[in-house]
Design a protein around this ligand. Structure first.
Ligand SMILES: [Zn+2]
Ligand SMILES: [Zn+2]
Length: 303
């Protein structure tokens, strides 16, 4: 089953050097999630052949323009394409008001419903379906800002068919898959461990942008298969990161190392830097399995 991240934009504040504002698409099984929607996102979606109509959930981390100024355009395009199915938008307080006002003054009545879900610090689970869930967690930025953790639920154990007793019922079958022991007609307890193999791993992706370095996030993003963390500045410019509530390369890599994640992807690069190769050198010095967020690149997590 698919677990794939596509980078649509990787720059901060001002689009520059061919790099666009922040946006990503995460596909988990058949569900498409758009994460942030900076200016130009719908053009990037077209360029990289992602399907607008497949997106049913949009998550906005915060209300700085480089993370949501493409939203009303994208919503309008969905309308013009004849969308009928509902769209859910998750974002900080104020987003619903902004979008509603834009639609009001253009006298646009959408032919599909939008449900706005306001992110709250004390309400971490914002979405779940049968196989995954998303939690939102506050990060440390100039205005209210949230990170997101996408995690598959524990998967069923695999039954070893040859070992399954012939008296086993469909309830026994389900109990074994859920990791419960079963009882034979003669009353003997049979451990699920002898009849099943461990489940496939539950994959996870953590998104942290924008934020000042938060060492305490290591418990939130612990052992994520993929971690996207902003690294707006090189470490020599840490004073800029401190005053603008952003992070440096070394800080992002330190979090990845301490949280023991599988892979680190850094992005949200400052327009001050044209050449990103020093970013990669710095993160790899702390956390070797690191990559730059390059637009159009896919990052897959296998089962
Ligand atoms: Zn930003
Ligand atoms: Zn910001």
């Amino acid at each position: 089953l698919t677990f794939q991240l596509t980078i649509l934009g990787s720059n901060s504040a001002i689009p520059a050097h061919g790099r666009n504002h922040t946006s990503q698409i995460l596909i988990i099984n058949n569900e498409h999630f758009l994460i942030d929607c900076g200016e130009g996102t719908q053009l990037q979606i077209t360029k990289y052949k992602c399907r607008l109509g497949r997106i049913n959930h949009i998550l906005i981390s915060h209300l700085h323009g480089d993370h949501y100024l493409g939203l009303v355009g994208l919503i309008s395009s969905m309308h013009l394409q004849g969308r009928k199915k509902p769209l859910t938008i998750y974002g900080p307080p104020g987003l619903a008001e902004i979008i509603t006002l834009q639609l009001k003054y253009s006298q646009t009545v959408l032919n599909y419903p939008i449900e706005f879900k306001e992110l709250q610090e004390d309400d971490p689970v914002i979405f779940q379906n049968f196989n995954m869930e998303i939690t939102a967690f506050p990060v440390n930025h100039r205005i209210p800002c949230f990170g997101f953790l996408f995690k598959e639920k524990v998967k069923p154990r695999k039954i070893i068919k040859e070992k399954l007793p012939d008296w086993a019922t469909s309830k026994d079958f389900n109990d074994l898959k859920a990791g419960k022991d079963i009882i034979s007609p003669k009353g003997k307890v049979i451990s699920f461990k002898t009849l099943t193999l461990p489940p496939k791993k539950s994959r996870s992706y953590a998104y942290c942008s924008d934020t000042r370095f938060m060492p305490e996030l290591k418990t939130v993003v612990k052992k994520a298969d993929l971690l996207y963390h902003e690294a707006t500045f090189l470490h020599e410019n840490i004073q800029w990161a401190e005053t603008t509530f952003h992070s440096t390369t070394i800080e992002a890599a330190t979090l990845a190392k301490e949280a023991k994640v599988g892979k680190l992807i850094i992005g949200h690069f400052s327009a001050r830097y044209k050449d990103l190769s020093p970013f990669l050198v710095e993160v790899k010095s702390i956390f070797p399995n690191s990559e730059l967020a390059i637009e159009g690149n896919h990052y897959e997590v296998s089962e």
